[in-house]
Ligand binder design. Structure first.
Ligand code: SAM
Length: 209
């Protein structure tokens, strides 16, 4: 699939710029032999398509984790609320139907495993080594730290941790993802290998400190 064409012709809701998505796609392509990919925060499937299309090319898969009830900023009355994703019956946000629709449009359903639950529900039970983890779930300090700490440890040596919404100053954006990323870097076994806009890619060193 040509990702430029796909995203020019299909209106997919989401928060990733196209050049950020292409960076994710490129790193996902490198890691098939290390293990599957996992993302925290799929929303309507935009980031999922960039990663899953790389997995499809390489015979890998993407675990796409999201409770699909939206983050704090997606709730009614908040800045990023989208009323089209509000389910009046359950009186909740529900991005799962839009997520499935995006996967079908992109032809990547067969290489994505949706995991519909909270990150905290799954992380304590996870044992699979991963080639790449992409963190773009809850952006509160508690959630960003939880996700970075609890999912980065499953990345294989030589694999990648991608984190979205990394801003140097509060004027540019919320600081929780950057502080959470910093706490991972301080472990000493990660180095930054790429950045496009607010998307940062870290690689786990092949030699531990
Ligand atoms: C910023 S959006 C993700 C955007 C997406 N990566 C894209 O490319 O458009 C954040 C997503 O994280 C999910 N989320 C927030 N907190 C979560 C948690 N604790 N567990 C699972 N998903 C969570 C929300 O439901 C929301 O869909």
């Amino acid at each position: 699939m040509n990702l430029d064409n796909f995203f020019q012709t299909q209106k997919i809701k989401g928060f990733l710029a196209h050049d950020e998505g292409m960076l994710l796609h490129g790193y996902a392509k490198k890691v098939a032999q290390l293990g599957p990919c996992l993302e925290v925060g799929s929303y309507c499937g935009k980031s999922s398509v960039y990663i899953a299309s790389a997995c499809k090319q390489n015979g890998s898969i993407l675990f796409a984790l999201d409770h699909h009830q939206g983050s704090e900023e997606h709730q009614p009355g908040e800045g990023y609320h989208d009323s089209e994703l509000f389910d009046a019956g359950s009186e909740r946000m529900n991005s799962f139907p839009a997520f499935l629709h995006t996967l079908r449009l992109a032809g990547v359903e067969n290489c994505v495993v949706p995991l519909v639950c909270a990150s905290q529900t799954l992380a304590p039970h996870w044992h699979q080594v991963l080639g790449m983890v992409f963190i773009d779930g809850g952006h509160s300090e508690a959630q960003a730290f939880y996700d970075c700490q609890n999912w980065s440890r499953h990345v294989a040596e030589g694999g990648y941790l991608a984190i979205h919404d990394i801003y140097e100053t509060p004027e540019e954006g919320g600081q929780a993802p950057r502080l959470a990323m910093q706490s991972v870097v301080e472990q000493g076994c990660w180095q930054k290998v790429a950045q496009v806009k607010s998307l940062v890619i870290l690689q786990k060193n092949t030699e531990l400190p």
